[in-house]
Design a protein around this ligand. Structure first.
Ligand SMILES: Cc1cc2nc3c(=O)[nH]c(=O)nc-3n(C[C@H](O)[C@H](O)[C@H](O)COP(=O)(O)OP(=O)(O)OC[C@H]3O[C@@H](n4cnc5c(N)ncnc54)[C@H](O)[C@@H]3O)c2cc1C
Length: 401
């Protein structure tokens, strides 16, 4: 399991640059042609470690495009993750202002379901740097459970390929602190994330990485006078009334370094005046186009439909920010980014309904297996799909009758 560079330190921007899989001047990776910036963390527990704790379930219990629903696995996932509705007192002044403005315009902003222990949360607003209070649920809890049950957790290793013979898995190859290793195995579940799993699959002889989604998003920011707002937790409310039109809105303010890095020169100074800023994220379910090459390059273009969804959402975001008191001239929109990479080894194409590849014993257990862009924060769905896969494996493969 890759665990980021040594000395991972949560809660600071410089520390986060060490485990976000970004480039020298930015926390994200750019697609070829620089159209979209993708975010993920290479750290024990995965990208959920830097999530905002938003814990939505797919409408109707079925991920978009999936031919089966997740049944009781979803409620079990929510129970494990201790999902609660954000308490009113954690909806900060910025988010409340946006909520009131939205409601004046007829858009309902409901409190966001979160996998956060609010009695531990200080509302510092730094969820995306890794929670220092231990308030946010992360998959590290499952790793601890696995270790207690006898699993050996090996950090600092990067899986390169899965070997097979006569169509059946035989071993996993990885590079680590002590050089290359080979681990004999008859069942392997790849869960390296949708930007890495397809690379391992292709290097193992499976045709993957021919598609990609990311839930493309933009953040819109505007300046308000004389309010002097402090930092607050992001995405505490949600306007999901437009989900069937392909987008949702939620209040957000990026970290100072992130804002400084992603706005062009003329807007940099404005972006640093965060105490006078309010912001809204427009998150869309994008078209499944592009892919990831065998050497890890990201191909992603913004289609006409993607553009339409982003602009429709942005129009509403700008109207809400204006209604909240922002000077229209101050409202600016950042670059197109993606934080939910998915669909690079989709069910029905690269894996079957049981998430198994054409190589017997080789499974995919992460967002790569989504057939369509999730369109909502996907962690609850990924956990529920993993539970379903776990049941398939323990019932059928590991304990055959
Ligand atoms: C800033 C941010 C905020 C977010 N907020 C939310 C939110 O509030 N709610 C929500 O639902 N979603 C959120 N997301 C999205 C969510 O975190 C991801 O979509 C989800 O965690 C992806 O899960 P995954 O299992 O597919 O991959 P990942 O979580 O990325 O896991 C992949 C793991 O594999 C490891 N790995 C990678 N390559 C290798 C290799 N070659 N060998 C061995 N190990 C490897 C990585 O280190 C990592 O531990 C957010 C994302 C970001 C970037």
């Amino acid at each position: 399991m890759e665990s980021g560079r040594p000395g991972v330190k949560f809660g600071t921007e410089m520390g986060a640059l060490g485990f976000y899989d970004g480039r020298t001047f930015g926390a994200g990776r750019l697609s070829e042609g620089r159209e979209v910036e993708f975010f993920r963390a290479k750290v024990l527990g995965g990208t959920a470690t830097v999530s905002l704790g938003c814990a939505l379930s797919p409408p109707g219990g079925r991920p978009r495009g999936m031919g089966f629903d997740l049944g009781g696995n979803l409620s079990e996932a929510r129970r494990d993750m201790k999902v609660v509705t954000t308490p009113e007192e954690f909806i900060g002044p910025r988010s409340s202002l946006i909520r009131r403005a939205g409601e004046e315009l007829g858009y309902e902003f409901r409190p966001m379901p979160k996998s956060v222990k609010f009695d531990r949360c200080t509302g510092c607003g730094n969820c995306v740097l890794g929670c220092v209070e231990g308030a946010k649920w992360t998959p590290v809890r499952y790793l601890a459970e696995a270790a207690r049950a006898g699993a050996r957790i090996m950090t600092g290793y990067s899986v390169t390929r899965v070997a097979s013979k006569s169509g059946e898995v035989t071993s996993v190859a990885a590079r680590g602190p002590t050089g290359g290793i080979n681990i004999p195995a008859s069942v392997v579940v790849l869960a390296a994330g949708a930007l890495e799993t397809p690379v391992i699959l292709q290097n193992s002889g499976v045709d993957a990485g021919g598609s990609l989604s990311g839930d493309l998003f933009v953040n819109c920011y505007g300046m308000i006078d004389g309010r002097g707002m402090g930092d607050e937790m992001g995405m505490t409310t949600l306007m999901d009334g437009m989900l069937d039109r392909g987008f949702l809105l939620s209040p957000i303010l990026d970290t100072p370094l992130d804002m400084f890095l992603y706005f062009p020169t003329l807007k940099k100074l404005r972006s640093l005046r965060r105490s006078k800023m309010i912001g809204l994220m427009v998150k869309t379910s994008d078209d499944v186009v592009g892919g990831v090459t065998r050497d890890g390059r990201i191909r992603k273009t913004i289609t006409r439909n993607d553009e339409r969804r982003l602009r429709e959402g942005e129009k509403i975001a700008r109207a809400v920010l204006e209604a909240a008191g922002c000077n229209p001239g101050s409202i600016m929109t950042g670059r197109v980014r993606a934080a939910h990479p998915a669909c690079t080894a989709p069910v029905g194409e690269v894996v079957d309904r049981e998430q198994e590849t054409e190589i017997s014993g080789l499974f995919v257990g992460d967002a790569s297996a989504f057939p369509a862009a999730p369109g909502i924060p996907p962690i609850v769905t990924i956990v529920a799909m993993s539970k379903r896969l776990g049941r398939i494996l323990t019932d059928d493969r590991l304990n055959p009758s």
